[in-house]
Unconditional design. Structure first.
Length: 378
C-alpha cells in the first residue's frame, strides 16, 4: 500500500510538472506556507529554480564567519528578493563585505535589515547606488555617527539605527547643509549627548510622523536639541524606551509642541512630576493611545489628570504600576467609560489586591459595551 501511495504521489508530481507553466507554478509556490519550501526544492531542478525565482523574502542568520563568494552566489539564485534580513550573532570583520554582496546581488531590494554587524559609511553609500528602491533600512553603526549617507536614498521612508562602540573612523563632525529627507519613521538606539551627526537628521527630517528612541542618553550635542524640538511638532506616534535622562525634557516639550500626537509609549523613564505636567498641560487633542511602564511612579492623581485632560483617549495600558488603586481606576472609569475602548493592567498589584471588582462595577454602572476588559484582569 505504501509503495502504491508513493508511486501515485510521484506520478501526480510528474503530471503537475509537465502540465503547469512556469508562471503558474511560481504563483503556487508563493502561496505555500514556509515549511513546505524545503520539500518543494527537492522535487526537481526545475522546481528548485522556480522556487528561488519566486522567493521575495529571506531571513539569514550567521553564527560564524561566512564565505563571501558563497553568500553572493546564494543571493544571485534569488533575483527577485524584495525583503532581506541578515543577522550576525557575533562580531565579524567582514560586515562591509557582506553588505556589499547584498548590494551587488539584490538590486530589487525594498526592505533590508542588516543587524549586529556594524558597517561603514562608504559601504552604505555603495548600497544607495546599487539598491535605489529601498523603502526601509535597519543597520548597526559604529561611532562617530554620521548620516550623510542617508541623502542618496531617495525612496527611503523607514530608518532604524542601532549604534555600537567606537570604530576609530574619521569624525565627519556636524554637517550643516540642507537636504530634505523623505523619512516618515525613525528609530534610534543608544544615542548620546555628544553625538554630533544626529543634528543632521533632526534638521532634515521634516516628514517624520513616527519616532522611536531606545536607551538614549541624549538626542545629540547641544546644538542638536533645538532642531530636535522642531521634529516633535509633526509627530503622530512617539516611543521612549529606557530613556531616563531625557524623558522629562521630551515630555515637557511634547506637551507644548505636539498637537498631532495620537500615540505615546513611555517605558522606564520619566519622573512623577514630568508625567503629571504632560497629563495636565498636554495640548494633544488627538491622543488616543497611552502605554506606560513606570514602576512606583504612577499614582491615582495621574489617572485623574488623564481623565480630565485626555478626553480623546481610547486605549490605556499600564504595566508594573504598583501605586494605582481600585479607587483611581474607578475615577478613570467614571470619567471615560463612554470613550475608553481598552484598559490593560499588566503586572499591577491592584489586580491581586482588589480582585478587579472596581472594573466590573464600572461596566455595570455605565452599561458600556465599548470597554473591553483585559485578559490580565481577574
Amino acid at each position: 500500500i505504501q509503495l502504491s501511495l508513493s508511486l501515485s504521489k510521484n506520478l501526480f508530481v510528474l503530471s503537475m510538472d509537465s502540465i503547469l507553466c512556469d508562471e503558474l507554478l511560481q504563483e503556487i509556490f508563493r502561496r505555500l506556507p514556509p515549511p513546505s519550501a524545503a520539500s518543494v526544492s527537492l522535487v526537481c531542478k526545475r522546481w528548485l529554480h522556480l522556487l528561488r525565482s519566486s522567493t521575495t523574502s529571506l531571513s539569514i542568520c550567521f553564527i560564524e564567519t561566512p564565505l563571501i563568494p558563497l553568500f553572493s552566489s546564494f543571493l544571485s539564485f534569488h533575483p527577485f528578493l524584495s525583503t532581506l534580513s541578515v543577522t550576525i550573532t557575533h562580531t565579524l570583520d567582514s560586515s562591509d563585505q557582506l553588505l556589499n554582496s547584498v548590494a551587488s546581488s539584490c538590486p530589487n531590494l525594498r526592505h533590508l535589515r542588516f543587524l549586529n554587524g556594524s558597517v561603514s559609511t562608504l559601504s552604505l553609500f555603495s548600497l544607495s547606488v546599487s539598491c535605489p528602491n529601498l523603502v526601509s533600512l535597519a543597520v548597526t553603526l559604529f561611532r562617530p555617527l554620521s548620516f550623510l549617507w542617508v541623502t542618496p536614498f531617495g525612496c527611503l521612508k523607514e530608518l532604524s539605527i542601532y549604534s555600537a562602540g567606537n570604530s576609530g573612523e574619521f569624525d565627519y563632525g556636524e554637517f550643516y547643509g540642507s537636504c530634505e529627507l523623505n523619512l516618515e519613521s525613525l528609530l534610534l538606539t543608544g544615542i548620546k549627548s555628544g553625538d554630533k551627526g544626529v543634528g543632521f537628521l533632526w534638521r532634515n527630517c521634516k516628514k517624520v510622523t513616527t519616532l522611536k528612541l531606545i536607551s538614549c542618553e541624549g538626542v545629540g550635542d547641544q546644538g542638536s536639541f533645538l532642531t530636535f524640538l522642531q521634529c516633535l511638532e509633526g509627530l503622530q506616534e512617539l516611543e521612549l524606551r529606557t530613556c531616563r535622562t531625557i524623558a522629562d525634557g521630551v515630555l515637557l516639550k511634547l506637551a507644548e509642541n505636539c498637537a498631532m500626537l495620537n500615540s505615546l509609549l513611555l517605558y522606564d523613564g520619566g519622573s512623577k512630576d514630568g508625567l503629571f505636567h504632560f497629563l495636565t498641560q498636554s495640548k494633544c487633542p488627538n491622543l488616543q493611545n497611552l502605554d506606560l511602564r513606570l514602576p512606583l511612579d504612577l499614582e491615582n492623581y495621574h489617572l485623574t489628570a488623564a481623565a480630565e485632560n485626555l478626553g480623546s483617549l481610547r486605549s490605556l495600558r499600564l504595566q508594573s504600576c504598583c501605586l494605582v488603586t481600585g479607587e483611581g481606576l474607578k475615577i478613570l472609569g467614571n470619567a471615560m467609560a463612554d470613550g475608553l475602548e481598552e484598559l490593560a493592567l499588566i503586572n499591577c498589584d491592584v489586580v491581586e489586591r482588589e480582585s478587579g471588582s472596581h472594573m466590573v462595577k464600572i461596566k455595570e454602572i455605565h452599561g458600556s459595551d465599548i470597554l473591553k476588559e483585559s485578559s490580565y484582569l481577574d
